[in-house]
Ligand binder design. Structure first.
Ligand SMILES: *[C@@H]1O[C@H](CO)[C@@H](O)[C@H](O)[C@H]1NC(C)=O
Ligand SMILES: *[C@@H]1O[C@H](CO)[C@@H](O)[C@H](O)[C@H]1NC(C)=O
Ligand SMILES: *[C@@H]1O[C@H](CO)[C@@H](O)[C@H](O)[C@H]1NC(C)=O
Ligand SMILES: *[C@@H]1O[C@H](CO)[C@@H](O)[C@H](O)[C@H]1NC(C)=O
Ligand SMILES: *[C@@H]1O[C@H](CO)[C@@H](O)[C@H](O)[C@H]1NC(C)=O
Ligand SMILES: *[C@@H]1O[C@H](CO)[C@@H](O)[C@H](O)[C@H]1NC(C)=O
Ligand SMILES: *[C@@H]1O[C@H](CO)[C@@H](O)[C@H](O)[C@H]1NC(C)=O
Ligand SMILES: [Zn+2]
Length: 747
């Protein structure tokens, strides 16, 4: 699933005025800042981003019966399901819409039991001719115990069937049920989405199963490791189109309960998890193309397709799909790839295998009205979802506690896929603003949590939902980018490819990936100070990240858990005492040096000692490392000087970093606020998007703080002065604001 990230607004042009002396303004600002701050001793994330909560909530101990447990017993394993569903797009009474269905699941008994637990939530089960709500038969007409009692356990979302005898180990059974559910407008399970077209209200039946709502559409063993094959059939009104994960085999007209309806039968799916299923009935139109035998279709409301709003998505899907086939060294395993825009949709998009659902704004591009940042979010989100077709769908994490690996991985490689579709954009750089800096704000709080959770702590649907946060997505993406960088992309993809080969159509835990990366490292010349597992554990099993402090006079390099609020107390214990194994890429006076590692709390790295007055050190090149950097005063001054006199000597991402690190170090009271504000002095020479965006993100806080204070006027004058050259630059490259510049970042 992809979050609803919004790419930040364009750099604002503040106005044209002549500023006052920069330094005195900066000093006045920092004085008032510290006054305001002591009045108002409260720290908030810089990004206005989400805050995180600890996913572990305590529960009273439930009774011991299996139907009070949120996890299924390990007694039954499904092989395949045959499901028929009939959504009614007209209400049966005011605002009450339903679907009906029947389902048979073939499962194997792997451990003797007299109890069947299968997930079922908010479904009304029909009493069958024998007076029971389910029918159990054995494959090969073996004898079968009968159902003694049955009920719905609503809290744990089970259909419970107690039998009067044991199911036999190794024997296969069929369980048949009929049911009715509400097609509610609740965005979960099988639900309805409503929109207006030419003044007429239209209803779509669609699905969102992740994480635990497949059980709201039909009874199923609704855990990601219980993969099975699905034969899906949909009944739907004449004039509508039905879609599912598999390709349509045939559509016929049948008479059902006195009504003429269409019956669409779909090809059997691959072996897959329930949370990746999708069923959609609409009167949508589509456009299509074929790439190496895989049909690509984009579905949307008829007027949107007619206006060409699906064209951009269709244009880029083929190249991105090809890119991932090569990246993963694995062919796309399905005959088709459908993507569909849904008017009412909760997440940004959902990676249902073969039928990806999107919010309309995340798939449809209107060349007259959409901005370039809309276009970028379409390219990255399509890449994110297509990346999941392998990483997540073909190979699936065994349980939700490892969600961060699934989402973090897709959130990292979405930039690689989008870069393939739009190679001129430099979109890969933007992960630093959109993910690394964004999640720094959250992960620097004492209330953050580690990427990895214990399987036993994540059992209830609400606990699973809480994992879909900035830590899983953005920190996951940031540490995987760091890993890929220190392994080299070649070794990273080699390990990834053998991981996907070994576990195709199966399930894993995150250490399985580490093992395959280690195998690739072992077979290569890459030299690591420790195993992949030991290095990554320090980033995965403890919350937060370090600030690395480099003293260029002595060469002493040290690390400390970075906390935005220095007075906050960290109560959560860490297996590594809040120390990390830190890869350091760095440069000296504009020249890239051999990468190194910080392996202890502090260490002397002689190369980082500078002897000449003109020499400076800059660490964490391109912010590939998940940490902040601080220096001795003398080196800070040399960096500020380098920014002012020749900012081109410092890579653009690091210019954005120096600003962001300085402001955050100041908020954490590690460096004076004056020093942070001084990173804005050079901005009058800066014409690039990323450093400005980084400065604006941080100055927003000052704007809020100084509104109605005596320094507000001087601050505005100062910033107006800084922004004038930028304004003039853009005036020039846009021919006096008459044409759109070509560069993506310029736009
Ligand atoms: C499900 O449908 C498939 C295809 O029609 C059929 O081969 C299979 O026997 C069915 N399974 C059950 C349990 O009815
Ligand atoms: C399920 O049964 C309950 C109780 O009879 C009823 O209130 C509800 O409307 C039913 N739901 C559907 C979808 O038929
Ligand atoms: C698009 O779909 C139509 C109808 O299914 C099909 O005839 C046509 O070959 C498809 N075009 C491409 C380029 O795949
Ligand atoms: C899609 O590709 C075609 C052919 O290259 C091109 O003419 C068209 O402008 C593209 N559409 C969009 C929205 O990018
Ligand atoms: C995987 O890599 C091998 C060796 O480079 C190549 O021959 C093969 O075509 C690749 N397969 C896919 C699906 O990319
Ligand atoms: C990698 O090499 C090390 C040292 O030879 C060895 O201990 C380890 O088992 C190897 N790991 C894998 C996954 O092959
Ligand atoms: C922009 O406008 C100024 C005066 O308003 C004019 O001198 C200059 O030539 C114009 N530049 C372009 C590129 O049109
Ligand atoms: Zn995702």
């Amino acid at each position: 699933m992809a979050k609803g990230f919004f790419i930040s607004k364009i750099v604002g042009i503040v106005g044209i005025f002549v500023g006052v002396a920069a330094l005195s303004t900066i000093i006045a600002l920092s004085v008032v800042y510290s006054q305001e701050r002591s009045k108002n001793n409260q720290v908030q994330p810089t990004d206005g981003g989400e805050t995180t909560t600890n996913p572990i909530t305590t529960t009273p101990t439930p009774p011991n019966d299996p139907w009070y447990q949120y996890r299924l017993p390990k007694t039954l394993v499904p092989d395949h399901y045959n499901v028929t569903l009939w959504p009614r797009l007209k209400p049966v009474s005011t605002d009450f819409y339903i679907f009906t269905g029947d389902s048979v699941v073939e499962f194997e008994c792997v451990e003797e039991t007299d109890l069947i637990l299968i997930h079922s939530n908010k479904l009304n089960h029909t009493t069958l001719s024998d007076g029971k709500i389910a029918r159990l038969t054995a494959v090969n007409s073996a004898s079968v115990p009968s159902i003694k009692s049955s009920w719905l356990q609503t809290e744990t979302q089970y259909l419970v069937l107690q039998l009067d005898g044991k199911l036999v180990k190794g024997q296969r059974y069929h369980l048949y049920t009929e049911f009715t559910g509400e097609l509610a407008d609740d965005l979960g399970g099988f639900y309805r989405s409503v929109y207006q077209e030419n003044g007429v209200e239209k209803v779509i039946a669609t699905t969102q199963m992740q994480a635990t709502d497949a059980r709201k559409a039909f009874p199923c063993f609704d855990e990601p490791a219980l993969k099975a094959y699905f034969h899906i059939t949909l009944l739907h009104d004449l004039g509508t189109v039905a879609l599912s994960n598999g390709k349509e085999i045939e559509t016929t007209t049948i008479n059902k309960e006195g009504e003429e309806v269409l019956k669409t039968v779909f090809e059997r799916t691959e072996k897959m998890s329930t949370y990746l299923l999708a069923f959609i009935v609409s009167d949508y139109d589509h456009i299509n193309s074929t790439i190496d035998g895989v049909e690509i279709r984009i579905y949307a409301r008829k007027p949107a397709i007619a206006a060409g709003e699906g064209d951009y998505a269709l244009n880029i899907t083929g190249p991105i799909l090809k890119f991932f086939e090569e990246y993963y060294n694995s062919s796309y395993p399905l005959p088709k790839s459908d993507q569909i825009a849904i008017p009412d949709f909760n997440a940004g998009a959902m990676e249902n295998w073969g039928l990806i659902t999107y919010r309309e704004a995340r798939l449809l591009y209107d060349k007259d009205f959409s901005s370039n940042s809309n276009k970028q979010s379409i390219a990255t989100i399509i890449a994110h979802e297509l990346a999941h077709m392998w990483f997540g769908n073909l190979v699936t994490l065994r349980w939700w506690n490892d969600l961060w690996l699934n989402e973090g991985f897709a959130s990292y490689v979405e930039y690689l896929g989008a870069d393939k579709a739009e190679p001129t954009w430099n979109v890969k750089d933007l992960i630093v603003l959109s993910d690394v800096h964004r999640v720094f704000a959250v992960d620097a709080l004492a209330t953050s949590h580690p990427l990895s959770s214990n399987e036993e702590d994540i059992i209830k649907p609400a606990q699973i939902s809480e994992l879909f946060d900035a830590i899983s997505y953005s920190k996951g993406a940031s540490v995987l980018r760091m890993l890929s960088d220190f392994l080299t992309e070649e070794i990273f993809t080699k390990g990834l490819q053998s991981y996907l080969k070994e576990f195709a159509f199966g399930n894993t835990v995150y250490t399985d990936l580490w093992k395959h990366l280690q195998m690739a490292v072992n077979a290569s010349a890459v030299d690591l100070p420790s195993s992949v597992n030991d290095i990554m554990n320090t980033w995965v099993l403890q919350m937060g990240f370090p600030v690395v402090t480099i003293n260029t006079a002595s060469g002493l390099v040290s690390q400390k858990h970075f906390l935005l609020d220095p007075d906050s107390e960290v109560t959560a214990p860490s297996p590594f005492n809040y120390e990390w194994i830190v890869p350091i890429k760095w440069m000296k006076t504009g020249t890239v040096q051999k990468p190194t590692w910080l392996l202890a709390k502090s260490e002397t790295i002689n190369d980082m000692k500078v002897t000449e007055a003109s020499e400076w050190v800059l660490a964490n090149l391109d912010v590939v490392g998940y940490y902040r950097v601080n220096y001795d005063d003398s080196n800070w001054n040399k960096l500020l000087n380098a920014l002012t006199t020749n900012h081109g000597a410092i890579p653009v991402i690091n210019r954005a970093q120096l600003v962001d690190d300085a402001f955050n170090l100041a908020r954490a009271k590690i460096i004076p606020t004056v020093q942070a504000l001084q990173t804005t002095v050079y901005l009058k020479n800066e014409m690039e998007y990323m450093p400005w965006k980084s400065a604006l993100n941080n100055l927003d806080f000052f704007y809020l703080m100084f509104d109605r204070s005596e320094v507000y006027g001087p601050m505005q004058d100062y910033l107006k002065n800084q922004v004038v050259p930028l304004f003039e630059h853009y005036k020039g490259i846009t021919d006096n604001w008459s044409k759109v510049p070509t560069g993506h970042m310029d736009q």
